[in-house]
Design a protein around this ligand. Structure first.
Ligand code: AP5
Length: 209
C-alpha cells in the first residue's frame, strides 16, 4: 500500500508511521527526517534548509518534490511506503500525482491544544531520532533514549513561537489538501487523540495487509 499521512504538526504522524512501517513491512519516508539528517550532516541541502526548518516555515516546493521523486525510485519503495509530511502544498500534491499513484491518504484529526501539548513535551534522540514525550511516552531513564542510550533534545521548531507559526502554515498551505484528497475519494479520517496503540488498532482494522 502507498500511504500519505496528513495532519497538523505533532498530530502523531511520525509515531504511528514507525509502527505501521513495521507491521506492513514498508518504508517510513519522512521529509522532515530527511531534512534533519541533512542538517545534522551539514550537507549543502542541510545548510540551505536549516533556518527555514528551525523557524517552522516550509522548504521550497522544488527542493522537496525533487527529494521525494528521487526517494521513491529506491528499491525499498517498490511495494509501498508511508509518505509522512509530504505533500504539504497543493503544488506538491499535483506534482506527486504525475509520478506516483497513492492508494490512501490518512488524515490525522486533532485540535490545536492537543498539538501544543504534544509538541511542547516532545523529546527526540540525537542519535537515532526516536520520539518520546515527557508525559505520554517518557523514556525509562530521564533524557536518555530507550533504544540506543542517545541523549534526548528539544527540536528548535518545538519552541512555542515556532509551534504557533507551524500551525498557521499548516492551516494556510496544508489543510486545503484535506478537500483535495477527499474529492478524489482517497481520504480516511482518523481520530489522533487516543493512545498510539488504539490508533494503530483502528488503522489496522481499516487497512488490511
Ligand atoms: P516534520 O518533521 O514533518 O514535522 P511536522 O509535520 O510538523 O510533524 P512533526 O514531526 O512535528 O509531528 P508528528 O505528527 O510526526 O508527531 P510525532 O509523532 O512526532 O517537518 C519538519 C519541517 O521540515 C517542516 O516544518 C518544514 O520546514 C520541513 N518540511 C517537511 N516536509 C516538508 C514538505 N513536504 N514541504 C516543505 N517543507 C517540509 O508526535 C509528537 C509528540 O506527541 C511526540 O512527543 C510523541 O511522543 C507524542 N505522541 C504521538 N502520538 C501520541 C499519542 N497518540 N498520544 C500521546 N502522545 C503522542
Amino acid at each position: 500500500m502507498k500511504f500519505i499521512f496528513l495532519g497538523p504538526p505533532g498530530a502523531g504522524k511520525g509515531t504511528l508511521a514507525a509502527k505501521v512501517a513495521l507491521s506492513f513491512n514498508i518504508p517510513h519516508i519522512s521529509t522532515g527526517e530527511i531534512f534533519r539528517t541533512a542538517i545534522k550532516a551539514k550537507t549543502p541541502l542541510g545548510l540551505k534548509v536549516q533556518e527555514i526548518i528551525d523557524a517552522g516555515s516550509l522548504v521550497s516546493d522544488d527542493i522537496t518534490i525533487e527529494l521525494v521523486k528521487d526517494r521513491l525510485t529506491k528499491d525499498d519503495a517498490k511495494n509501498g511506503f508511508i509518505l509522512d509530511g509530504f505533500p504539504r502544498t497543493i503544488v506538491q500534491a499535483e506534482s506527486l500525482a504525475t509520478f506516483c499513484n497513492i492508494d490512501s491518504v490518512v488524515n490525522f484529526d486533532i485540535a490545536d491544544e492537543g498539538v501544543v501539548e504534544r509538541l511542547s513535551g516532545r523529546r527526540v534522540c540525537k542519535n537515532c531520532g526516536q520520539n518520546f514525550h515527557v508525559t505520554f511516552m517518557p523514556p525509562k531513564t530521564e533524557s536518555k533514549c530507550d533504544a540506543c542510550g542517545g541523549e534526548l533534545y528539544i527540536r528548535d521548531d518545538d519552541k512555542i513561537d515556532a509551534i504557533k507559526h507551524r500551525l498557521d502554515v499548516y492551516r494556510k498551505q496544508t489543510a486545503p489538501l484535506i478537500d483535495f484528497y477527499r474529492n478524489k475519494n482517497l481520504l480516511t479520517d482518523i481520530d489522533a487523540r487516543p493512545a498510539t496503540e488504539i490508533i494503530l488498532g483502528e488503522f489496522e482494522s481499516k487497512f488490511s495487509k
